[in-house]
Unconditional design. Structure first.
Lengths: 199, 521
């Protein structure tokens, strides 16, 4: 069980930090936040946003402009958005560096005081990627069953049989309803497609 | 005139098949909306594939049911589950939760259900009355006006609704970028497709919405799952007593009065009206001592405001093609999926479809009232679903919905990548809704901007040629500047919890840091 607890509990106090800055004249933003290294995550996201803005502006120059009399070609809007994105990223970057922190989203099943379980996030992401690559090979029901079981397991479901069984039954029922009754295109896998041919 | 058209809509909607579609819609919508972690926008996005193979009329009848059902479901969750949920039902949860705790859960559910019905019915009728007038006004608007309208919607959604204006703008920028990917409509040039052929058709709105809402939420919950047994309150006690009813009527009507107009504005959404409604009821009540301990007015008002706002959001959507909430953006995507472009011409070209949709909203609303209270026990069971299976199931339906759009596994990889972005955005308090709205409204804004400038021979002055566009652009500028100024002058805003305690404007405490950027008191 290797959970990266570093970032999690601290983020619960995020608002508190920002609140203090709004209250007091203490300008010690970067120093106050720095040692704990708590907003490196958002800083990284902001740098990514800056990169997106630069990409928009630089790559817009490569868009071919047909030689028409059109006053405003396909490049203008990308430049405009790129500019706005760059400006936003810079302003947000300054704010984040000065210790401002976005309040983590609340949700019914989220415990903001808990540490971040990176392992669970990793398992969910990898399971989802694997199922995306497997769909056309083994069919949607089987691929999604494996994904379902892995995700349930990562989120703390007990045992192996029950998650697999729950995922298997649900996916087959869903597949039959959507493919046979609603005519949605979804590969069923050789076995299931043969077994349900009479439907 | 509106009434006879509405009667025609009823005639179309009141067939056995269509009633069945409406019923399936409300039941599915409520059931999915009740599930914790699933807000109205995610409900609509996840259930979109159900309507893929239906013809437009049936699909939109079902959609009407899903839309209102999702709203109903959300309020049940917030009353019976002792944890904060989606933003539009937070105000309902404040008092509703306390009521359920003190054994008056049934009364809380009843006032929410009847309040939703009253507000939904009045607001939907108002929608029917107002829509033709707005269309008449809108028929003369120029591309420059439309561009200004889109800009106002962008700025309002990004700065007014989110937790912080800059983070809202950041999210909007991501959405606008995603909207650029693909082939330029006017010149046929590919933009930002990275040489991937599938991207030349653009990124599907359904994929982005499902990714940001469902996949992002599942990843986020996985990172910080609330461990331990799920606490679900019982829907116990009597339904409404005579005094409960007397105390609820005023809040229902006032909530509707807040919800509909504010929902219909370009900065639509339910957060501000529910907030205002709660504050108002707190001020007007004859039982101030009950606020914070389970006052029925505090459930009735915000819940009515929430549902009235949901109907209000449909005004700009159906008359201008302007989505002002994430849910509306997904409904717009559904329209486009059938080759229907909402806009000023929608009411004339698709008249029967729109009026059937509005009639179905009224029918669905009535069905919800009849179904909801008897089914309260079922909803309680749904709330107890073990979380590992719930989120695994959400991902299953996310996969189904996105794969079914193009039958291309690449969409699922894209779903994961954008889902990871949604996870990061949640983690750092970047609101998700502006991205969805930027994605769908960005191309519309660009087309109109270029049309306007083509008409004006490239003169930028054409953008402020009419009074309408001038007013809108000034409003957009204000929406951008005012929050920053207010923040500098007055500090942070009161949180819902502080409002509940009646402490008025104060600096926020950490626990409720999400609610900055909400209605100003």
């Amino acid at each position: 069980m290797s959970t990266a607890a570093g970032a999690g509990p601290a983020a619960g106090n995020a608002g508190e930090d920002a609140g203090r800055h709004a209250d007091g004249p203490d300008p010690a933003g970067p120093h106050a936040a720095g040692p704990q290294g708590r907003n490196t995550g958002e800083l990284a996201l902001t740098v990514l946003l800056l990169a997106l803005g630069l990409y928009l502006v630089l790559d817009a120059a490569n868009i071919a402009v047909p030689g028409s009399s059109n006053t405003l070609g396909p490049r203008f809007f990308p430049y405009l958005i790129g500019g706005v994105v760059i400006a936003t990223a810079l302003a947000l970057g300054v704010r984040v560096l000065r210790g401002d922190r976005g309040p983590a989203d609340e949700s019914e099943d989220v415990d903001l005081t808990a540490g971040t379980d990176w392992r669970a996030v990793g398992v969910v992401a990898v399971a989802f990627l694997a199922h995306a690559l497997l769909i056309n090979v083994i069919g949607w029901p089987l691929a999604v069953t494996l994904m379902f079981a892995a995700v349930a397991w990562a989120l703390g479901a007990r045992g192996i049989v029950r998650p697999l069984l729950a995922g298997g039954i649900t996916s087959i029922v869903v597949w039959i309803v959507f493919v046979k009754a609603l005519n949605v295109a979804l590969p069923g896998g050789t076995l299931l497609e043969l077994a349900t041919e009479w439907l | 005139m509106a009434l006879s058209e509405l009667a025609g809509g009823f005639a179309d909607a009141l067939t056995v098949t269509n009633l069945l579609f409406a019923l399936i819609g409300v039941v599915l919508g409520t059931a999915v909306g009740v599930l914790p972690g699933i807000g109205p926008a995610m409900t609509v996005a996840l259930l979109l594939p159900v309507t893929y193979s239906l013809e437009p009329t049936s699909a939109f009848i079902m959609f009407a049911g899903i839309y209102y059902g999702g709203m109903y479901g959300g309020s049940t969750t917030s009353i019976l589950l002792n944890t904060p949920g989606e933003s539009s039902s937070i105000m309902t949860a404040l008092e509703g939760n306390k009521m359920a705790k003190s054994g008056r859960g049934a009364a809380a559910l009843a006032t929410a259900a009847i309040g939703s019905f009253v507000a939904g019915t009045i607001a939907t009728l108002l929608l029917a009355l107002v829509a033709p007038t707005v269309v008449d006004l809108a028929i003369g608007i120029t591309p420059a006006d439309y561009f200004a309208l889109a800009v106002l919607a962008f700025v309002a959604v990004a700065t007014v609704l989110g937790s912080s204006p800059l983070r809202g703008l950041a999210s909007l920028g991501v959405g606008l970028y995603l909207g650029l990917v693909g082939t330029d409509v006017l010149t046929g040039q590919e933009r930002f497709t990275l040489g991937i052929p599938q991207l030349s058709d653009g990124i599907d709105v359904v994929v982005v919405a499902v990714a940001l809402f469902a996949v992002g939420e599942a990843l986020y919950v996985a990172s910080r799952l609330r461990r331990g047994p799920v606490q679900v309150m019982q829907a116990s006690g009597r339904y409404l007593t005579r005094s409960d009813l007397r105390r609820s009527v005023g809040p229902w009507l006032r909530g509707t009065a807040f919800g509909f107009p504010l929902g219909a504005l370009p900065a639509g959404g339910a957060e501000i009206p529910t907030f205002l409604s709660y504050a108002t009821e707190r001020k007007l009540t004859k039982h101030p001592e009950e606020f914070g301990k389970g006052a029925i007015e505090g459930v009735a008002g915000p819940e009515a405001a929430n549902n009235a706002a949901a109907a209000g959001v449909l005004v700009p959507l159906l008359t201008l093609g302007l989505p002002t909430s994430a849910t509306a953006a997904i409904i717009l995507a559904a329209f486009q999926g059938y080759g229907i472009q909402p806009g000023p011409t929608l009411l004339t070209t698709e008249s029967s479809l729109v009026w059937t949709l509005i009639a179905s909203l009224l029918i669905g609303n009535l069905m919800l009232l009849v179904l909801n209270l008897p089914l309260a026990g079922v909803w309680v069971k749904l709330l107890r679903i073990p979380r590992p299976y719930l989120y695994a199931g959400i991902l299953m339906f996310a996969s189904l919905g996105s794969y079914a759009v193009n039958a291309d596994p690449l969409d699922l990889v894209l779903l994961l990548v954008i889902g990871l972005l949604g996870f990061a955005m949640r983690r750092f308090g970047w609101p998700v809704a502006p991205a969805v709205i930027g994605l769908i409204l960005g191309p519309v804004a660009e087309t109109n901007l270029r049309r306007a400038l083509a008409i004006g021979d490239g003169d930028l002055g054409v953008l402020v040629d009419t009074w309408f566009s001038r007013v809108l652009l000034v409003l957009a500028l204000l929406a951008l500047v005012v929050p920053i100024v207010l923040r500098a002058v007055r500090g942070r805003r009161a949180t819902p919890e502080e409002l509940q305690e009646g402490s008025g404007l104060r600096h926020r405490e950490p626990a409720a840091a999400t609610h900055e950027g909400r209605g100003e008191q």
